[in-house]
Design a protein around this ligand. Structure first.
Ligand code: IVH
Length: 336
């Protein structure tokens, strides 16, 4: 049987879908290599998002064409050879994206369906700015910062401990009793816009190539073999989540909700991304998005969207994850 699906006003048969998926995968992979390994992508974020959107659209029409190593099923790229490797205790996933109000409505409905409550029931979401940087995992043993890694392909990242140790926002030891504890804090390394502009002025003066945006400058700064160069880049860090949490051989928690976890993070000495908002309805989530769109130019760092996260950690655990991203959260991206 020949399968045909209407796409962009024309019919896409299975052969054409396969061909287009191969082409899209090639372009996405090429850009991923440049983005994650060379910190200098050839496509704009909007062009890249459009490729991924098209790939997911075709895969949804022809689900049997989804392969295990499709960009829709995987995260980032394998770590560069220049760095030692760190295997993450728990995978570092990415976020699925919403590009419209309808996508946000779909996300909230899906969460409610999945946890088995009706559409009218309230589920609390925490909304946060999505800062355009690169994710890092910080491992603390007995309350002391011992290892830091990039996300890499989500399973294995690059060991950038010495570089992360130069960032003053990252506590080197934690307040409180963490004897025989392992605590992994995850968050975003980024560069403030002002520091990015100054860096490019300095680079121009020295005849060095300019960075195209603060994200690439931050990634280039963190993925240095010499931590002295990282230290000059004035990188910043905010905490958005956690990985392994073990004390005396047993799991422990930082709270029962994300809001409580955020409070714990502050007590431990971490900086959070603001402004955040608790929302119990789609209208409130969309209001938050509109507010951030207005405030965006006056914030000190570049954002590429906002993130909505289920606040209750027990619900988060029930929601689980699909290969690339957890069901508990969604990023709503800004338009190009
Ligand atoms: S939560 C499963 N919160 O965006 C990953 N991520 O596009 C949960 N990011 O990999 C991440 N701001 O590097 C989260 N407030 C925020 C964020 C944020 C930026 C980054 C993070 C993530 C990427 C996904």
């Amino acid at each position: 049987m020949v399968r045909k699906q209407k796409s962009k006003g024309r019919f896409l048969d299975e052969g054409a879908a396969k061909e287009e998926l191969t082409e899209l995968t090639k372009k996405i992979r090429e850009n991923d290599e440049l983005y994650y390994l060379k910190d200098s992508p050839s496509l704009s974020d909007a062009e890249y998002d459009a490729l991924r959107k098209r790939l997911i659209f075709i895969e949804n029409k022809f689900p049997h064409l989804i392969v295990a190593d499709s960009p829709s099923q995987t995260v980032g790229v394998a770590p560069a050879e220049a760095f030692s490797k760190v295997r993450h205790g728990q995978p570092m996933l990415s976020l699925s994206n919403a590009f419209s109000k309808e996508d946000v409505v779909g996300f909230v409905s899906k969460v409610k369906r999945f946890i088995g409550v009706d559409e009218c029931s309230e589920v609390q979401f925490l909304a946060e700015p999505k800062i355009d940087g690169l994710s890092a995992a910080l491992r603390y043993e007995n309350g002391v910062f011992v290892q830091g890694a990039t996300r890499g392909d989500g399973l294995v990242g690059e060991d950038v401990t010495a570089n992360l140790a130069t960032i003053s926002d990252i506590p080197k030891s934690l307040e409180g009793n963490f004897d025989s504890a392992v605590l992994e804090v995850r968050g975003e390394v980024y560069m403030a816009r002002e520091d990015f502009l100054q860096l490019n002025v300095d680079r121009e003066r020295n005849g060095d190539e300019q960075f195209s945006n603060p994200r690439n400058a931050a990634a280039g700064g963190l993925r240095q073999l010499d931590p002295k160069i990282t230290a000059q880049r004035k990188l910043k860090f905010f905490a958005y989540g956690y990985g392994e949490l073990r004390k005396g051989g047993a799991d422990f928690s930082l709270g029962t909700t994300l809001l409580e976890v955020r409070e714990r993070f502050v007590e431990l000495g971490f900086i959070l991304n603001e402004p955040c908002r608790m929302s119990a309805s789609i209208e409130e989530l969309l209001e938050y998005y509109d507010k951030i769109v207005v405030e965006r130019p006056s914030l000190p760092m570049d954002l590429d969207g906002v993130v909505y996260k289920v606040n209750d950690l027990a619900l988060q655990a029930r929601l689980g994850a699909v290969p690339r991203s957890p069901r508990r959260a969604k990023a709503q991206k800004f338009p190009a």
